[in-house]
Design a protein around this ligand. Sequence first.
Ligand code: NAD
Length: 342
Amino acid sequence: MSNPIPATLIPGDGIGPEIVDATLAALDALKAPFVWDRQIAGLEGVTTAGDPLPKATLDSIRRTRLALKGPLETPSGGGYRSSNVRLREEFKLYANLRPALTVVPGGRFDNIDLVVVRENLEGLYIGHEHYVQIDDDPHAVAMATGINTRAGCRRILEFAFEHSIATGRKKITVVHKANIMKALTGIFKETAEAMYEAKYKGKIQFETVIVDACAMKLVLNPWQFDVIVTTNLFGDILSDLVAGLVGGLGMAPGANIGADAAIFEAVHGSAPDIAGQGKANPVALMLAAAMMLDHVQRTDLATRLRQGLSATLNIDQVRTGDLGASPSTAQFTQALVARLKA
Ligand code: NAD
C-alpha cells in the first residue's frame, strides 16, 4: 500500500455499522491507503464503556487526526451531552462543510453543485441559555446568548475563501442577518467584507445576502449560488435545505474540519426505524469517504469513487429503497464494487 494513512473508524449506532461496512468495501476496492483504528462512541460507547465518547476513542483521534464516523445516538436520560457536539469542541472542528451535488438527475432540481460552509463552534449554539422564574412560572422568560468572535469569524471565513479558491469555485456568498442582529451577525459580515478587500478581491466573486432572502433564492434559483458561508444556526438550517435540493439525507455527506482533526460523516442520523434490515442507503457516507480522500490529497481515488457511485446509480440503475427502488445495501455495494474494480 502506498503511504499508509492512519485513521480512526467509528461504526456508530443504528444503520451505522451497515453503511460503514459498505463504505469499507468500496474503499478496499479502490485500495485506499487508510489503516483503520476501530473505536466506539454514541450508544455503543455507553453500553460497552459507560461513556458515549470513551477516552480510547478520543486518544485515537488525537493520534490519527482523521476519522470516518457513522451516526451516533445520544442516549436520552442520564444527562449525556451529544457526542457530536463534544467531538466538535474537543478537536476545535470549526468548519462544517456540506456539499450538495446532484448525483441522480431528474429530481425537482437538476445540476445542483453548491457548498455550504457553516461555522461550527460559536454563535447561538454555545449553549448559554437559562430561564427566569416569575411568580409560580419557572419558565416565564427564556434567554439565550450568542457569541461570535473576530478570531472565530476570521478562521471560518479564511477557510471558506481558501477552500473555494483551491477547488476552483467562482463565487462566495456571505449569509447574515446584520440588519437585525447588528452585533452578533454584523461582526461576521464586516469581517468578511474587510478580508475580501484586503486579500481576496479579484480572486473570486463576492456577495452578501440576508438569510431570509437567501432561503427564498435557494428555492427559486439555487444555481445562482456556488459557496455559501455563514454562522452556526443559519448554516445548520441552510445545509439541510441544500441537502433537500439533491434528494435528501441519503445523498448528503459532511465534513467537520478543524485545527486539531478532521471528521467525515453522513449528514443523516442512525435511522433506528430501518436499522438491521439491510436497506440503508450507504451513498451519503461513501460521499463523505470521497471528501476524506480529497482531504488526504488522494483526489484520484475520490474521483473514481464518485464516478463509480454515479455509474452504479444512473447507468446500472441500482438504488436503495429511499430512492424508490428495491435493492438492499448489500446489492448496491456489490454493484458499486464491481464498477470500481472494472
Ligand atoms: P435520521 O436521519 O436517523 O432519520 C430520518 C429518516 O430518514 C428516517 O425515516 C430514516 O429511516 C431515514 N434515513 C436516514 N438515513 C437514511 C439512509 N442512509 N438510508 C435510508 N433512509 C435513511 O434522523 P432521526 O430519526 O431524527 O435521528 C435518529 C438518531 O440519530 C437520533 O438519536 C439522533 O440524535 C441521531 N443523529 C445523529 C447524527 C450524527 O451522528 N451526525 C445526525 C443526526 C441525528
